[in-house]
Design a protein around this ligand. Structure first.
Ligand code: ADP
Ligand code: MG
Length: 204
């Protein structure tokens, strides 16, 4: 079972990954966006940890809902509401239980990813966050490590895709040949989950 502290550690590990990779995320957002994805997520995740500290949520679902609300209120770009929705909807699905099973977490993440698809109107193959999130969450049925790997492969597989949603879609054919920044940061989120769920088994 996964307790509240597990979810705090997941958010802390994600925040650390965003700190480490922010420049790279912004660089990916330069040719097919407006070069702010790293700084958007930095602003958001730098606010998440103090919010968790201040409000001290007592259940896994509440940790994710607070993190999601914080991202929505601090991130200016499209990714704020999208990540915020992912975490809020996942947290809502977990309810108020003090501990959740891996199967419950998987189902909740599935609901979260569905909500992102509804909000943004995107599907896998559109060169968005969903290209990492959908295969990543699907592979949670195998293991956390497999999920992280599937999400990373999904992000890499966005390179040849034509963007159909978000800012990159304005470029049409010129969006081809670049890795999607949101898919890349989504893979960081799933890798952070694997790192806290299966410490010592990381591929990195
Ligand atoms: P903005 O595009 O407003 O500058 P960011 O740069 O922070 O916001 O985030 C860009 C990322 O958001 C893209 O790389 C893409 O993965 C994701 N994204 C944009 N629009 C959508 C959408 N409609 N559905 C899913 N993801 C999207
Ligand atoms: Mg941007």
């Amino acid at each position: 079972m996964r307790d509240t502290d597990f979810f705090r550690r997941w958010m802390a590990a994600t925040a650390a990954a965003v700190e480490r990779e922010a420049d790279q995320l912004t660089e990916l957002d330069s040719p097919i966006g407006d070069a702010d994805h790293g700084s958007n997520l930095l602003r958001g995740f730098r606010a998440v940890l103090p919010a968790l500290e201040a409000e001290d949520p007592a259940a896994p679902g509440e940790v994710l809902q607070l993190a999601g609300r914080t991202l929505i209120s601090t991130v200016g770009g499209a990714s704020g509401p999208l990540y915020g929705t992912l975490l809020r909807r996942t947290g809502k699905a977990l309810g108020e239980a003090a501990e959740v099973s891996d199967a419950e977490l998987r189902e909740a993440l599935d609901a979260g990813v569905t909500a992102v698809a509804q909000l943004g109107g995107a599907a896998p193959g559109d060169k968005t966050m969903l290209d990492a999130l959908v295969p990543g969450v699907a592979a949670l049925g195998t293991s956390y490590g497999a999920a992280a790997e599937a999400a990373e492969n999904g992000a890499l597989a966005t390179v040849p895709l034509l963007a159909r949603k978000g800012r990159a879609s304005y470029l049409g054919e010129r969006s081809i040949g670049h890795q999607d920044p949101g898919a890349t940061s989504s893979a960081l989120l799933i890798r952070a989950l694997a790192d806290v769920a299966e410490p010592g088994e990381g591929a990195r």
